[in-house]
Design a binder for this molecule. Structure first.
Ligand SMILES: NC(=O)c1ccc[n+]([C@@H]2O[C@H](COP(=O)([O-])OP(=O)(O)OC[C@H]3O[C@@H](n4cnc5c(N)ncnc54)[C@H](O)[C@@H]3O)[C@@H](O)[C@H]2O)c1
Length: 290
């Protein structure tokens, strides 16, 4: 995609973090913005902020894991602006970081509903109109967790490997058809957002009577490294700039920093050589053990 002025972007998970930065960045290039999020008050505030940049904004309270709610998001977008041009399937949550045998069925279901089905529903709802117009882009927010398998993140890793697989499959289908629609896979490392308080948005029916809590050591004792973390984590605005550039250039992979390159390469070598996968103590190792 080269021209953005007057076109329409739909962004899930846009009341906070990277999704909000995408909305602001796309507003600055003159797009109409549809902001979808499950957190109603935060969405209202975020939408007012984006509207203040001088574009039309439609906030739609949406649970991306709910097929009917995503159908409604598609209808609300078409009613407001016609078919979408740029679709960012970005909403995501992180279950407690604990050894996998301690995870509840709800921890798994919640993570997969949002991070996997949110992407699948988004493609089901928006891809037909992008293909019909033979123009536009789909950006799937995966993660470095979709390219590695660090301990204590089993549902998150599984959901993000699935997100990468969906984005790659979409790319293959579009290229084989000779479509002008482009697929993009965003694989951020650490970004300073509100993902650490994802539990704020867990639906009541998926809450456990006794909730699991993250083990601070599982994230390399993030609290003890809080000051360092703030310095090394990317800003959502910087990620948004990279996304916009990748969409303009038609580039599939979007990385936010190089911290995990070695780990990803080691995993690929282990697959090629049929040796055991590399093992790290925590997902924070590339940041805090050097
Ligand atoms: N922050 C990081 O370090 C990091 C790294 C890699 C990937 N990611 C991914 O980036 C994406 C954005 O997360 P973020 O880091 O900006 O976190 P964030 O918590 O700041 O934003 C996520 C947004 O998703 C919304 N959301 C949660 N459940 C939802 C649902 N069921 N339906 C609709 N919206 C829902 C939240 O309300 C929130 O506004 C996620 O997919 C996340 O997995 C984040």
């Amino acid at each position: 995609m080269q021209d953005f002025e007057g076109k329409t972007a739909v962004i899930t998970g846009s009341a906070s973090g990277m999704g909000l930065a995408f909305a602001e960045s796309f507003a600055r290039v003159g797009m109409n913005i549809v902001m979808a999020d499950i957190e109603e008050d935060a969405l209202k505030t975020a939408a007012a902020g984006v509207e203040a940049l001088g574009v039309s904004v439609v906030p739609v309270v949406t649970d991306v894991g709910d097929a009917a709610a995503m159908d409604h998001l598609g209808e609300a977008t078409r009613d407001a602006f016609g078919p979408a041009h740029l679709v960012c399937l970005n909403a995501g949550v992180s279950a407690p970081t604990i050894p996998m045998e301690q995870l509840s069925a709800n921890d798994w279901k919640w993570t997969l509903d949002v991070n996997l089905f949110g992407v699948a529903h988004g493609i089901r709802v928006f891809l037909p109109e992008l293909k019909a117009r033979n123009e536009g882009s789909v950006v799937v927010t995966a993660s470095v967790a979709g390219l590695t398998s660090h301990p204590f993140l089993a549902p998150y890793n599984a959901s993000k490997h699935a997100a990468v697989a969906i984005a790659e499959t979409l790319h293959a289908e579009l290229v084989n058809e000779g479509s002008n629609v482009t697929a993009h896979c965003l694989c951020p490392g650490m970004v300073a957002t509100n993902i650490g308080t994802s539990e704020r948005n867990r639906p009541k029916e998926l809450q456990d009577e006794v909730a699991n809590a993250s083990d601070p050591q599982a994230m390399g004792d993030l609290a003890a490294h809080a000051e360092e973390f703030v310095k090394i984590a990317q800003t959502p605005d910087a990620v948004a700039e990279r996304v916009l550039a990748a969409v303009v250039e038609g580039r599939f992979w979007i990385e936010t920093d190089a911290y995990y390159r070695e780990t990803i390469q080691a995993r690929h070598r282990s697959i090629e050589n049929r040796t055991a996968p590399p093992v790290a103590k925590s997902v924070m190792d590339p940041y805090f053990t050097k």
